[in-house]
Design a binder for this molecule. Structure first.
Ligand SMILES: [Zn+2]
Length: 415
């Protein structure tokens, strides 16, 4: 919340939209540089002319102080001993704000920073086809992990953003936060303030479920509109992909209906219908388009959902778009009585066996797990991760390693 609200204040003060874009870009460059080179002493001061010109704007200097900059002899500097947490949140907020306002990161000039500090380009990941195994589960995990790369396409993300009524959702998110604050004040509920990111995620979730996407069990008859019965599945090649198509026959008139199971998130933005696979697929794209670090979560007992990283609590949150549910990870084991065995989460640059977040009797779950040995599974996760991490900056690698370790500790606790 804080970051986005504070940036909105700066925006109001600057007024000129091109200038504001420059400010965002240059601040983001500096933050990227500090995060990528946390041990370097140089280049931690605001030197860019564009940024220096707005230092007399109170909203802007307040924001700099808020994210950890300090004034020292009329200079704004990010002290070495300062924690990087707020800077990381600011990085995400700035990236999101730039995406909202200006689309992709084109036409970026590097001023005020040394020439070697270029604006960080989005990494073009190469897929990992490295597992030497014929184990079906491990190969599936490799495929899922490689599939995450498709959501990083800037043009696709832009197309996704064009579907989201962002201003409306943002206003509703602010209302939701205020409502939460009020309830806490009056003692109606216990807890702490909701972050803007989470409030916006909840609005996105509600809009996606109730306004954007439609659930399909069986398609209705093309001819008379009445209900149909499943006949068989065939394979179809479209312009963009090869996918399964379920064929149905009408129980009244004998007419036909078909239900293509598209895998391309680009196509799903158009068709906006399906079962949990299509729901999680398209929702993953929308989350990535809004800058959330997002996981696609695969459960081998036939369900998929998402997880979104929450910088406030430093943890991955369970998000089920079909159910419109946030952070209720035990709903499958408890509520649905599912016998979960393997739950694997993949993001653009990491993956994890998260079964333990979604189950409560670890011993019993272990007894059910027979698709692959535990050692082989861990080995596969580590090799896939290492392959992708080799394509990241050292700072991002370090950050992800620390984050994965924290998550492992969390996953070991039985709830
Ligand atoms: Zn019919």
């Amino acid at each position: 919340m804080e970051d986005m609200a504070r940036l909105a204040l700066v925006e109001q003060n600057v007024k000129d939209i091109c200038k504001f874009n420059e400010i965002l870009q240059e601040l983001l460059q500096l933050i990227n540089y500090i995060l990528d080179n946390p041990h370097e002493n140089e280049n931690r001061t605001i030197k860019s002319e564009t940024l220096r010109k707005v230092l007399n704007c109170e909203a802007f200097s307040d924001y700099l102080k808020y994210i950890g900059f300090q004034t020292l002899q009329n200079e704004f500097i990010f002290p070495k001993e300062q924690t990087l947490n707020k800077l990381r949140v600011a990085q995400a907020a700035l990236e999101r704000k730039i995406n909202f306002c200006y689309g992709s990161d084109k036409n970026v000039r590097a001023t005020g920073l040394p020439n070697h500090v270029q604006y960080r380009k989005k990494i073009q990941f190469t897929p990992a086809n490295i597992l030497e195994t014929d184990n079906q589960l491990l190969l599936k995990i490799q495929t899922l992990f490689n599939d995450m790369i498709k959501y990083e396409n800037e043009e696709l993300q832009q197309m996704a953003r064009e579907h989201i009524p962002l201003v409306t959702l943002q206003l509703m998110a602010l209302d939701r936060m205020r409502e939460q604050q009020r309830k806490i004040k009056t003692g109606e509920i216990k807890g702490h303030d909701m972050s803007y990111d989470i409030a916006l995620l909840m609005e996105l979730l509600g809009w996606f479920k109730h306004k954007f996407f439609t659930w399909v069990d069986k398609p209705s008859c093309d001819n008379c509109g009445k209900s149909t019965q499943f006949v068989k599945t065939i394979t179809m090649r479209t312009e963009t992909e090869t996918c399964r198509v379920e064929l149905y026959k009408c129980t009244s008139c004998g007419g036909n209906a078909q239900f293509p199971r598209y895998n391309s998130p680009r196509t799903l933005l158009r068709t906006r219908r399906g079962r949990c696979g299509e729901w999680a697929n398209c929702f993953t794209l929308l989350c990535r388009a809004l800058g959330y670090d997002t996981r696609y979560v695969y459960d081998t007992t036939d369900h998929v959902w998402c997880e979104v990283f929450d910088y406030e609590s430093n943890s991955w949150l369970h998000v089920d778009p079909c159910e419109g549910v946030l952070n209720s990870p035990l709903m499958y084991s408890h509520g649905w009585g599912k016998k979960l065995t393997y739950v694997i989460a993949v993001s653009k640059d990491d993956l994890q066996d998260v079964t333990w977040r979604y189950t409560f009797d670890h011993k019993e779950v272990l007894r059910r797990r027979s698709a692959v040995s535990e050692a082989e599974l861990v080995g596969a996760v580590l090799s896939l991760r290492a392959h992708r991490h080799a394509q990241l900056s050292p700072a991002r690698r370090r950050y992800l390693a620390a984050r994965a370790l924290r998550e492992l500790v969390d996953l070991m606790l039985e709830r």
